[in-house]
Design a protein around this ligand. Structure first.
Ligand code: HEC
Length: 184
């Protein structure tokens, strides 16, 4: 019996038939699909540079998340940013030291006021918002005898001293009587 007598039989040995049937179409379909996918994958990820690997995607997402977190942080010299500094005890202590050295001569050791107004009441000549206080300390009120501290202290120490002044609010240390408008 020749090998091709019976369809699909290519080899018979000791009555055992070896078949060479056509592969089922569904199987071939999957095979070619896989091959095509393989080419597509190679082309997309390794040739064009279009496709981004999972590590690259992860890095991009992490960078975006970091950017968003940074954007959500209040700006350093905004009301919210300055109020955040008040929670930093080290910075407030540094501000207190600066206050005692540079401000106390006019505002008193506890901010109770001498030549300068009492900073411990809730009345303000130039507003009691963190940004108002920051502005007065930075720019001064030169005509009224309050110096500008921007150049003397630099931005970081101005922030520290403002953070300290914010802790004095409403501590009502007896001293110079309140001046200006009550803070709303
Ligand atoms: C040479 C004296 C002098 C020194 C030193 C001084 N101040 Fe003043 N400060 C004044 C005077 C005077 C005023 C009131 C200005 C006015 O009448 O408009 C004032 C106003 C202020 C106000 C606004 C108060 C309000 O009612 O609105 C703040 C806040 C303030 N000073 C903080 C500081 C800080 C902080 C320092 C130290 C870094 C400092 N000052 C140093 C004299 C001084």
């Amino acid at each position: 019996m020749s090998a091709q007598d019976k369809s699909g039989v290519v080899h018979v040995y000791d009555g055992i038939e070896e078949l060479d049937n056509h592969l089922p179409n569904w199987w071939l379909f999957i095979l070619w699909l896989t091959v095509c996918f393989g080419f597509g994958y190679w082309y997309y990820f390794h040739t064009t540079g279009e496709g981004r690997g999972s590590l690259e995607v992860y890095r991009a997402e992490a960078a975006e998340a970091a950017r968003l977190a940074e954007a959500r942080k209040p700006k350093p010299d905004s009301d919210a940013g300055l109020m955040l500094l008040v929670q930093d005890k080290g910075l407030v202590d540094e501000g207190q030291l600066n206050f005692q050295q540079t401000c106390a001569a006019c505002h008193g050791l506890k901010g109770e006021g001498i030549i300068g107004p009492n900073l411990t009441d809730n009345q303000w000549l130039h507003g009691g918002k963190p940004t108002d206080i920051h502005k007065v300390v930075n720019e001064g009120v030169l005509a009224k005898g309050m110096p500008s501290w921007e150049k003397v202290l630099g931005p970081q120490r101005v922030r520290a001293v403002v953070a300290y002044v914010l802790t004095l609010k409403n501590t009502n240390v007896p001293g110079k009587p309140p001046q200006g408008e009550p803070e709303k």
